[in-house]
Design a binder for this molecule. Structure first.
Ligand code: FMN
Length: 216
């Protein structure tokens, strides 16, 4: 748990999320026991476990089926975020898993009326620079926190694709409105809206790798 007040912990870890699997007897000597259990357990369907294929084929979706997303897949998506590297391993971010339908509707408005924000799974990635216990100016800690949150969301996005889901990354958001809706004083960096895509589409064209890379 974070170094926050009791009230904030409640806000950060809302009631209602418990992974589909649990550890009957936690072993303090085993590192990341729950994460290992979630990440290594067989999901209902894995489309691709080849990282390179996942990266190559991933495509954003703004039209989702109404189908629910299996809790074991949500667990994996969340566990992937927890495995992302972070500055000093302080994990300067939090995830809000929005399940309340009214809150999702409000998030649509808070995100410039983008209707697909009301997706089967909605995750808000927030910065939590207070967790980053490094001796640097606040400005740097803020930068670390936004990078932590962004990288975690990217891990989740790739995992969603690997599980046969699709997603849309939402950066166009009104920070204050989102904070009010999810009930936190932590600033959001992005939303990840996830579900089964109505259509599977080809990846978008990219610029020539030779134009992207600058050797100095
Ligand atoms: C930082 C960032 C912010 C984004 N914000 C939005 C957004 O607010 N709304 C949206 O529809 N898509 C948003 N996207 C999705 C991009 O438009 C999309 O990833 C891009 O067009 C490439 O398409 P692809 O993901 O299918 O490869 C965002 C993506 C990133 C990385």
């Amino acid at each position: 748990m974070g170094e926050t007040s009791e009230n904030k912990e409640e806000a950060i870890y809302p009631e209602g999320y418990c992974p589909a699997v649990d550890i009957p007897v936690p072993d303090p000597n085993v590192r990341n026991q729950l994460l290992h259990l979630i990440l290594s357990s067989a999901p209902e369907e894995v489309v691709d476990t080849d990282l390179f294929a996942v990266m190559e084929k991933r495509r954003s979706t703004r039209k989702f089926l109404d189908n629910w997303v299996e809790p074991s897949k949500v667990d994996k998506i969340l566990a992937a975020a927890d495995m992302a590297p972070t500055a000093g391993n302080f994990q300067g971010f939090e995830i809000f898993y929005v399940r309340d339908h009214n809150k999702k509707e409000k998030l649509v408005q808070a995100c410039n009326n983008q209707p697909y924000v009301n997706a089967p799974v909605v995750l808000v990635f927030c910065k939590n620079p207070k967790r980053v216990k490094l001796n640097f100016p606040q400005e740097i800690l803020e930068k670390f926190a936004v990078q932590d949150a962004t990288l975690a969301a990217a891990y989740s996005q790739l995992t969603a694709h690997a599980l046969g889901l699709s997603s849309i990354w939402i950066g166009m958001l009104d920070e204050k409105k989102v904070m009010e809706i999810i009930g936190t004083d932590l600033v959001p960096s992005s939303l990840l809206c996830i579900g089964y895509p109505q259509k599977k589409r080809l990846p978008k064209p990219k610029r020539n790798l030779k134009d992207l890379v600058h050797v100095t």
